[in-house]
Design a protein around this ligand. Structure first.
Ligand code: GLU
Length: 294
């Protein structure tokens, strides 16, 4: 018998859940139940400027309404910053991090200047790659910028990280009818020198997700297609930090009638609004295309 599998649903409490979240949450909990495994709920709240306790409370309420039951205590990322700091320190000791101090506007100006000479590479989300300017700062310049209180980010030296880790693959679930897996080549270079921590927050999405999946024994990551390319960075960080790699499945994103993916920013109707209009949890299952519970 294969060991029990562990799934997770990891929302960020920066708004109300919509149908896309309901699909992801229900799919994870359904798959865990079908496999005889567990599904954990994790609150990804490292962004203190956007995450709010009332959204977290609403997430618990919405998930319970959907018929989901989860183990407690729930891991809340903001309560585990030391674990992420330790992972960051480890990468720093490996010589793979460097500080950068530009504001977003300054980076945009650097990229605009570089674009005068031809197209500048963009990451899979469409953002221009960081031009690596801060890599050549001297120790004195770094000390001076720190003292002056410039915005500081710790970046992964992607070329050095890839050189240390060597070529990597990750396992994608769903290659065959019985959930067979297939290997996908990791392409972390597409992201350039990603930010792994900032002065105000000693972590980032990429770093905390990798640390937590390992700490919580997650074997199966099931999440939206929008995070497909991030998996390459996650696989690289797992390799560098000596962490096990889960198997990944990226599900299709729910879209509205105009084809736009559901999101808070385009005002997609929240689960609470559906509920206020009289929808039931089975209606939601039907709407997202999942079978009713046995
Ligand atoms: N917290 C992320 C989100 O809400 C999900 C992270 C993940 O599943 O890896 O989009």
């Amino acid at each position: 018998m294969s060991p029990a599998r562990t799934f997770r649903f990891a929302p960020s409490p920066n708004g109300h859940l919509h149908l896309g979240h309901a699909y992801s949450a229900l799919l994870n909990f359904d798959l865990a139940r079908q496999s005889g495994g567990r599904c954990l709920l994790r609150i990804e709240d490292i962004d203190g400027t956007r995450c709010r306790p009332e959204f977290e409370a609403a997430i618990f309420d919405d998930l319970a309404w959907l018929g989901i039951a989860w183990e407690t205590p729930v891991r809340r990322q903001s309560e585990h910053l030391d674990a992420y700091r330790a992972a960051c320190d480890r990468l720093a000791h490996m010589g793979l991090l460097y500080p950068s101090f530009e504001s977003r506007t300054e980076i945009a100006q650097l990229v605009a200047a570089a674009e005068a000479n031809g197209p500048w590479p963009r990451d899979p989300d469409g953002a221009p790659l960081y031009p690596g300017t801060a890599k050549s700062l001297t120790a004195d310049e770094v000390a001076h910028l720190k003292e002056a209180g410039a915005p500081m980010a710790l970046r992964l030296d992607m070329a050095a990280a890839i050189a240390q880790a060597g070529p990597l693959v990750w396992q994608k679930r769903g290659a065959g009818p019985d959930g067979e897996t297939a290997e996908v080549a990791a392409r972390p270079a597409a992201w350039g020198d990603v930010i792994l921590a900032r002065k105000e927050v000693p972590t980032s999405y990429h770093l905390s997700v990798v640390v937590d999946d390992a700490l919580q024994g997650v074997t199966d990551v099931v999440r939206g297609q929008d995070l497909f390319w991030s998996t390459s960075v996650h696989r690289l960080l797992q390799q560098l930090l000596g962490l096990p790699a889960p198997v990944y499945r990226h599900h299709a994103l729910l879209r509205d009638q105009s084809g736009a993916k559901l999101s808070k920013s385009i005002g997609s109707r929240s689960l609470r609004e559906w509920r206020a209009e009289g929808a039931t949890a089975s209606d939601i299952r039907r709407m997202v295309g999942l079978p009713q519970q046995p």
